[in-house]
Design a protein around this ligand. Sequence first.
Ligand SMILES: Nc1ncnc2c1ncn2[C@@H]1O[C@H](COP(=O)(O)OP(=O)(O)O)[C@@H](O)[C@H]1O
Ligand SMILES: [Mg+2]
Length: 256
Amino acid sequence: MSVLEIKNLHVSIEDKEILKGVNLMLKTGEIAAIMGPNGTGKSTLSAAIMGNPNYEVTEGEILLDGENILELEVDERARLGLFLAMQYPSEIPGITNAEFMRAAMNAGKEDKDKISVRDFITKLDQKMALLGMKEEMAERYLNEGFSGGEKKRNEILQLLMLEPRFALLDEVDSGLDIDALRVVSKGVNEMRGEGFGAMIITHYQRLLNYIRPDVVHVMMDGRVVLSGGPELADRLEKEGYSTIAEELGIDYKEEV
Ligand SMILES: Nc1ncnc2c1ncn2[C@@H]1O[C@H](COP(=O)(O)OP(=O)(O)O)[C@@H](O)[C@H]1O
Ligand SMILES: [Mg+2]
């Protein structure tokens, strides 16, 4: 089993403190849901775990099986098995989707360990079929002109191709119609198993009907303020965040 441990993480963007001491543990074999209102730092948390240099860690630790990974670059963290599906995936004109994925799969590997073109194509075909994606998507430039739903599906395709140890999925459900939501969930559920852990960020309970989490963490104001089982997501759906904020004595105003 692998463990990704976030201890007292403080993160600033342009000198403004966004994360104010996040404590969280992810384990392989488990799917954790992170829920919380807009602007509480969920995307910041995923970016900081992945090592985005725009997010300054001012205090705390991120440990992968006991080793501090804070000094590692994004690509080094990826090679250790971390994967981030971004809330707003970037467009990369000039690089096809297939080229990008093969490069990512082979990055840092010795020639003998690289996936062959043939095996790559076989795997790609299989995963695209699973996600109901059109073949031409592989040859399109990465995310360029992809619809919102296509981008999200494509993030899941990358997940299935790369098979990371830990996946951070930042609102992979946003903007999806019900069919796309089913497909995205199918992809994530396909990865479930002893060697895989995930942190699924969402602010709707809807996705969690399809991907049943083992644990649910609620983030508010830059911290994890409450953790529980899947029933916590159901409760949030019914009561909203303000009841919980009130109970915990957190200053929170619902957006209208
Ligand atoms: N690049 C940035 N520059 C300045 N402020 C940012 C930036 N990214 C995020 N923030 C601020 O950090 C806070 C947390 O944002 P974010 O992590 O995206 O929250 P969430 O994902 O929970 O909605 C927000 O107040 C947001 O405005
Ligand atoms: Mg976000």
